[in-house]
Structures are given as structure tokens and as C-alpha cells.
Design a protein around this ligand. Sequence first.
Ligand code: ATP
Ligand code: MG
Length: 283
Amino acid sequence: MENQVESLVKLIKQREKEARAKVLSFVSGKGGVGKTGIVTSLAYVLANTFNKRVLLLDCDVALGNVHVLLGLSPDKNLKNVLKGVPIEKVIQNVYNFDVVLGFSGIDGIDELESLETANLLLQIERVVENYDYILLDNSAGLNRYTIGFSRAAASTYVVTTPEPTALTDAYAFIKSLYKLYSYSNFKVIVNMAKSRREGFDTYERLQHSINRFLGIDVTLAGIVPYTNRYREALRKRVPFVELYPSDSYSVEIKRIAQLETGQLLKEEESFVEKLVKFFFKGE
Ligand SMILES: Nc1ncnc2c1ncn2[C@@H]1O[C@H](COP(=O)(O)OP(=O)(O)OP(=O)(O)O)[C@@H](O)[C@H]1O
Ligand SMILES: [Mg+2]
């Protein structure tokens, strides 16, 4: 089983290179730090602002809740894929991106054990060329799923909050993946920051420990602010960026997408450009 996963990880990485699709994994040490909200908004922005072909996979085995944020019912879900149904039959399109929903509840630990990560990796490998980005929303903490998915990813985004417990757990996650598999493609997102300063200090503390004890560096991908409007988007079951595109939460998600794609956002036309168009070009 371990060897099978090993060769699939290699295969996916090879196909990623050929197809130029990027697999990005979103993880955290501690739960409830905002991964699902961030990854859902990022899928939305990559598809709608950057015109990318995006597949969002809810890899939170047993407690998946992407469907809640997107207002979908999870009838077709990841469990079907893990049990062998072709991924194409389970993919749904919403807000211009594709999604494979997760599932909540599991009949017992035996069932969890029998679900095949290898099978899912194989299925991802088949559709990788249909997308520019494949985003994986993982469960919190280290387990064989988060390890398997993150190792197959070009980058792993570690989400943390400024809370010391979240930070300690983020460090533990990075340390384990690095020590066990020499994996070091980490990017850090600090969520629920009360200020840019607090977010930056949080990142600096993490980077400092990682550099000192592991000898590697992690890049800062974004500082997502705490927002009182979050609950409203949840209540309406609409992605936050769709409901509040100008909120600083959404602006930061766009900045993260911009950094990831290396593409600049099309700037709003300036006042002078609008005047030139009106007076000289008759538009
Ligand atoms: N930037 C934010 N501002 C305010 N509240 C937030 C923000 N981000 C997340 N939250 C709150 O945190 C809760 C958990 O968010 P989310 O479900 O995205 O976390 P998660 O890391 O995916 O959790 P899990 O580990 O259970 O998968 C949200 O329901 C919301 O109440
Ligand atoms: Mg989640």
C-alpha cells in the first residue's frame, strides 16, 4: 500500500509537470483555523478573476463541509470516489469551478481504514490535465490522508491563526512532513489576524522556529484579516468573496491568488483612461 502511494505520488508530480496543472494542498495543525473558507474563496477567485480551470476537492475524510459553504447537498461525494466510482461522475460545477464534495459521518473506524487514498490519487492523476489548479481542502492535523495529499502537491499551504496553540501545531505539522519525507514546499497563511502587524509577527515566529530547528524557510502567502461579516456569508451559504468582494478578507484572497499565479489583476481603468476613451475614442 505504502509503495503504491509512493509511485502514485511520483506519477502525479510527473503529470503535473507535463500538464502544467498545479496541485495545492491546504492543511493546518489545529482545527477550525479557516482552511475551508480560504480554499473555497480561493477556488472562486482563481476561476472568476483569473480565468483558471479549477477543481476543488474536499479531502476532509469524515468531516467534509465544503458543501455547506457552497450551498450544495453532498449526495455525490468523495466517499464514492474512494470506493471506486470514476471521479468524473462525482464532479459538480458551481460558480465556474468544479468541485468534489466531502462527506460527513463515517460508519466506523474500519470503514475509514478501508477507504483507499491510493484510489483517489489515481483518479486525480486521470483528470489533472483538465485543470490549471487542483485545490485540496484537508482535515486538520497529521494523518495518512493529509500526508498523502500534501506530498503529492506542488505546494502545501499551512493555515494558522495568531493563537499560540495553532502556531505550535502548525510547526509540528511542518516538522513532521519535513523529517519524515524531506517535504519542504510550504507556504503560510495567517488567518483571523486582527492587524497586518499581528499577522506578520505570527509568521515571523513560525519562520524563526522552522529556520532555527529545521534549517528550512517557509514563505508568507497571506495575512487574512478577521471579519465580522464571515457569519453572514455562512448563513447565506454563499462563498464570502461572492457576497463581499471588496471586504479586506476578499482583497487578501485575491492577493494570494495573484502571488500563486504570478499574474497581475487587471487594474481598474483610471479616471484619465476613462476620459480619454470617452472624448477621443467615442466609447
Ligand atoms: N477570517 C475570518 N474571520 C472571522 N471568522 C473566521 C475567519 N475565518 C474563519 N472564521 C471562523 O472559523 C470557523 C471555522 O472555519 P473553517 O471551517 O474554514 O475552518 P477549518 O480550518 O476548515 O476547520 P476544520 O479544521 O474543522 O476543517 C468559521 O465557521 C468561522 O466562524
Ligand atoms: Mg475544514
